[in-house]
Design a protein around this ligand. Sequence first.
Ligand code: ADP
Ligand code: MG
Length: 399
Amino acid sequence: MTKRNVRDLTEQEARGKRALVRADFNIPLDDNREITDDTRIRAALPTIELLHKLGARIVLLSHLGRPKGKPDLRYSLLPVANRLAELTGRKVCFVESTDTDEALQATRALEDGEMLLLENTRFLGGEETNDPRLARALAELGDFFVNDAFGAAHRAHASTAGVAEHLRPAVAGLLMQTELDYLGGALDEPERPFVAILGGSKISGKIDVIEKLLPKVDALLIGGAMACTFYRAMGLETGKSLVEEDRVAMAKDLLARAGTRITLPHDATVARSIEDAKSAHDVPREGIPRDEAMFDIGPRSAASFARAIASARTVIWNGPMGVSETPPFDAGTLAVALAMAHATKGGATTIVGGGDSAAACAKAGLDKRMSHVSTGGGASLEFLEGKPLPGVEALDAAR
Ligand code: ADP
Ligand code: MG
């Protein structure tokens, strides 16, 4: 169902009011608590700027990392408050206290045009259990609710879903809306040919996506270690490759049903171990040595995947084609990313979902050349599986 978004708010609903904004500032930090990638903070800026323009007073909420329901300085949002001030050129008040009464005082002291960031929602005991008492207390912190945290929308937590039960209007932010438009558009009305590429380590984590996409796509290209479970189902030798023995039967069944719509790599880059890059060589899929493992799709497959992508009008990609963290096993992943970048230029809609695939695109400097790179790995996967996202379900229906 289409949801109301922040663009649909009237002046009257927003001006001088406290906008409680759930953002996704779950960014990576190094050991000195320096931000190593601020993509998610930048992604929240359009919503923040729009709310400023509407004259709202902005109260930001987010989680960061996995503190266990109590304050843990390693996961403080203070570095985010500082970066947000740099990026917006505006003052950002930071409320260190996790006492919701103190937070309430701070939101009441906000003036027009000001913004504040509250400390990590996962410092609060009831966040992950979606405690209704916490949800009600959070709802007190705003006059209306904006959920822009797509990356956390698949979790029914107090700050994502619970709070919306007590606070209206409850609307989607611009980032949330963009994510839903791209992912939903691909599922519901893809321009054809529609090609999906799936990879990563485990077929078990992607089985629901395969099932959901299979009837919709023109071609489903499979790489990553996942391909090896299919190889086993085909009766091929897979050597020391990562195979999920308990999913072989399922892979066999999928192949029987998919006909020619599933494409598996015809060749593989194999090696004795990931560390032993010098032993890497390419073999046809029938020739995987017993004492070696497949760590990437081979060059012939990379070229044929690239051709399939070049002929598509809609491309959706989740999961690297190989051990993309470790060259030379990143070649297949880079070939897919590059083919998608070219396809974008040719007018195709290209969408990347999945944390490791997005990281590979960014590392290759190709992220800006995709139509859309999702900010939510787990959330995009659940969306593609056709599961309702609690953080989205909780919002107002579009009028
Ligand atoms: P994403 O985060 O994009 O959804 P996944 O988390 O499902 O992707 O999978 C990424 C992981 O899969 C990476 O750590 C990568 O090293 C691993 N991987 C991919 N191909 C292989 C392979 N052939 N053998 C072992 N690991 C692999
Ligand atoms: Mg991952």
